[in-house]
Design a binder for this molecule. Structure first.
Ligand SMILES: [Zn+2]
Length: 388
């Protein structure tokens, strides 16, 4: 039986005694490298284990005779000496800092094929161990293997829709009497995000996800109703779509936000205030819902939701960057107390770009650019690890 991370969260919830006082939403902490080791597994498999203090947000790449594990939000640590077993494919391991990411570069004696999901395990902390990313691989002996593996992976992806029933809740921001921000050329945020949301729903449906939209028309919804909607639909991931405005018309680019009680910077704080202000248009029904949610969540679970959200947000930022979507200067993933993200569903608020910037306003209106954004988001959701 496959247990999704959401299921695990719910199972944990049953056995956790709820604290009466309001627990603080966990702040996404910086990840730390604990250890790196290799070993030999039956079937002549090489096992590479990377132990980290928090759940790693990672990606794998395969340069010639190398396996590179890129981990977000982590610094190199020279005190961590890799423990290399003999008889494995790994000859040497080094740490390379790349901005906010740490790349763990394993030099290999032979090339390996792209790792399948079954070769990757992410283990929860137990006993003396922290989080462990466990990678098992063998040498790709001939080019025929490469062809075989590419056939398998394309076969797997055509199968995927049947087995993939993770639930994605798409939340087009604003709507109805709340237009959101308005571009110089009159473009309204509520219209842009609804158009992108519809395309995103189509893309995710095609990829086999089960999708819901908090609004499918030009309708005003309170922030609490959106969060509650995600909760009631038992969402595995919540994506709130927005577009930004900045007093400085030259500012452009995307940025992605996850929930935390404390804003990561002044700009994130201001943004949360302006997005949260949407609720002041209606009657505030949030307090009661928020109390329920907080009561239902232990601080441990809040921490898990925060980490899963952070992992998704980092993956989404990577997908945007690799699609050459312009990023707002500064960190691509930030944190702030967004009301709409207050639920047990991991998720992120994506500011797709700036309507206050004339060239980006034009871009955001174009179907081609909207499709490009959607393709990147679909990819980031496909790459997100829904399973324990
Ligand atoms: Zn907005």
């Amino acid at each position: 039986m496959k247990i999704s991370r959401r299921d695990a969260l719910k199972i944990t919830g049953l056995s956790v005694v709820v604290a009466g006082m309001v627990p603080r939403m966990a702040f996404a902490a910086r990840n730390a490298l604990r250890s790196i080791r290799t070993g030999v597994q039956p079937g002549d498999k090489t096992r590479l284990v990377i132990e980290t203090s928090t759940r790693p947000s990672y990606s794998l790449t395969y340069p010639e005779k190398q396996l590179v594990v890129d981990i977000a939000n982590m610094s190199a640590d020279s005190s961590v000496t890799p423990k290399l077993a003999s008889g494995t494919l790994v000859s040497e391991i080094s740490q390379v800092q790349s901005g906010d990411h740490l790349q763990i570069v394993a030099k290999l004696r032979k090339n390996i094929g792209q790792l399948q999901k079954s070769q990757i395990m992410l283990l929860e902390p137990n006993g003396d161990n922290d989080y462990r990313l466990v990678l098992d691989f063998t040498a790709a002996s001939t080019s025929a293997d490469k062809i075989a593996s590419s056939v398998t992976s394309s076969g797997a992806s055509s199968q995927k829709p049947a087995q993939n029933k993770n639930i994605i809740v798409i939340d087009p921001g604003h709507g109805g009497k709340d237009p959101g921000c308005i571009g110089r050329g009159g473009t309204k945020e509520k219209d842009i995000v609804l158009s992108v949301a519809r395309r995103l729903k189509a893309g995710l449906d095609e990829a086999g996800f089960k999708t819901y939209m908090t609004r499918s028309g030009d309708k005003y919804l309170k922030l609490a109703e959106r969060a509650e909607f995600a909760e009631n639909r038992k969402g595995d991931l919540f994506i709130s779509l927005h577009a930004n405005a900045n007093p400085s018309r030259s500012v452009k680019g995307f940025s992605i936000y996850t929930l935390s009680e404390k804003a990561s910077d002044e700009e994130a704080k201001k943004l949360a205030e302006s997005e949260n202000a949407a609720d002041k248009i209606g009657v505030d029904g949030f307090t009661e819902f928020e109390r329920d949610i907080r009561a239902a969540l232990s601080s441990l679970q809040q921490h898990a939701v925060a980490e899963m959200s952070e992992e998704y947000a980092n993956g989404c930022a990577r997908a945007f960057r690799s699609s050459k979507v312009e990023a707002q200067p500064g960190p691509s993933v930030r944190h702030a107390p967004f009301a709409v993200l207050r639920s047990t569903v991991p998720g992120a608020l994506i500011e797709l770009g700036h309507l206050s910037n004339a060239s980006e306003e034009k871009l955001l209106k174009s179907p081609d650019h909207q499709n490009k954004l959607v393709a990147a988001i679909v990819r980031s959701i496909k790459n997100y690890n829904f399973d324990v």
